[in-house]
Write a protein that binds this ligand. Structure first.
Ligand code: ADP
Ligand code: MG
Length: 353
């Protein structure tokens, strides 16, 4: 082959490779949605369009579940509480409520979206957080209970049976939203990317820029936010974490955090400090389930929570308790990397590894 022709071929090869490189770079966008710092990352030629559409979709979901938006579904439900009227809902809100009710039943009310009046009373994460009086707690407890939220699937409607009731989708919506973004990515042919809703709910697709599984740092529950408890490689999996360090206030040496036990009215004292749940790619609504389960298992506590998780197909979890023991289900124990020396794996005998 003449030297000139070889040079032309080489030039073409270099140009093709560069075009390929261009296509492979990550597109990233961050915004505050669903009260959370969201960062979406995607790779592929349609990445920008996928990210723009996903951000719009997240804002649209926010408008359905935000109690500060006067005509959101959750506002309408609260406005009509106790008047007997059915409230027609967006299919998205209906689905979140239906799955939430399913898990309220399965967890005997440990997970309960009607906890809203209790969330408002404690005000954790707001500038008016306080420990309520027993009288205030008793009054508000009359207004919660998942059995007092009725759903009508055919009419995609719901109603709250008592005045003063409300629903709070803070433990559902971010996981639901991660699933929705995942679907948008799929429609745009995105095979690699990271959907990150404030590290609280995530979905990792394919591989990272270096061609490796996405490595997710799990926060150390008692150290600075930059310190990790462990690292978890994720590939085509959904992950949610709930922890007592996310939103809390301290009074009289006690930590009052935002995961409430609807059965007692107090922040859950189950022994858990943090709960991380992972769902495999083939688990329907995997993002939403991990979100619900991370909160539910936190309320149930390490022992009951781990037992419950073991019964859930395609789901595994890691729970840290106050004694720095790590309770794991499924293959989680072998998947966790760089486990902090502060922690040891829980063993039935009570001995540690
Ligand atoms: P994050 O928002 O950090 O992901 P969680 O997923 O654990 O936290 O959800 C906690 C939120 O869910 C609380 O801020 C509150 O809005 C709501 N919530 C609190 N306790 C419960 C509960 N027992 N069942 C359902 N929702 C709850
Ligand atoms: Mg969550």
């Amino acid at each position: 082959m003449p030297v000139k022709k070889i040079a032309v071929y080489l030039l073409l090869l270099v140009l093709c490779l560069c075009a390929g490189c261009g296509e492979q770079s990550d597109v990233k966008k961050s915004d505050i949605v669903l009260d959370t710092a969201v960062t979406l990352t995607a790779r592929g030629k349609d990445a920008q369009a996928a990210i723009d559409e996903s951000m719009a979709r997240l804002k649209n979901i926010d408008n359905m579940v935000n109690p500060n938006v006067p005509d959101s579904d959750v506002s309408k439900l609260a406005q009509n509480a106790g008047n007997g009227q059915w409230v027609a809902l967006q299919p998205e809100t209906y689905k979140m409520l239906a799955v939430a009710q399913d898990y309220a039943r399965k967890t005997n009310g440990a997970f309960d979206v009607t906890t809203k009046p209790l969330v408002d009373l404690w005000g954790i994460g707001t500038d008016h957080a306080k420990v309520p009086t027993p009288a205030e707690l008793a009054e508000v407890q009359k207004k919660i209970g998942w059995q007092k939220l009725e759903l009508d699937e055919a009419k995609q409607s719901a109603r709250l049976m008592q005045k003063g009731m409300g629903v709070d989708l803070g433990g559902v919506a971010k996981g639901f939203a991660a699933d929705e973004v995942r679907k948008i990515y799929a429609r745009h042919g995105i095979k690699d990317g990271l959907i990150n809703l404030g590290s609280s709910s995530m979905y990792a697709l394919g591989v990272n820029q270096e061609g490796k599984a996405w490595h997710i740092g799990l926060r150390h529950p008692r150290k600075d936010s930059s310190e990790k408890m462990a690292v978890l490689p994720l590939k085509n999996e959904a992950l949610s974490t709930s922890g007592d360090y996310e939103r809390f206030f301290e009074a009289g040496g006690m930590r009052y955090h935002h995961i409430l036990d609807p059965r007692t009215g107090w922040p859950a004292k189950s022994g858990a400090m943090s709960v991380t749940i992972v769902a495999a790619d083939n688990v329907e609504d995997g993002g939403m389930l991990t979100d619900i389960l991370s909160t539910a298992v936190f309320v149930l506590g390490p022992e009951q929570g781990a037992r419950f998780l073991s019964s859930q197909e395609g789901i595994e979890g890691a729970i840290t308790d106050g004694r720095y023991q790590l309770w794991t289900t499924g293959n989680m124990a072998t998947e966790l990397l760089e486990v902090s020396p502060d922690f040891h794996f829980w063993q039935e005998s009570g001995e540690t590894l």
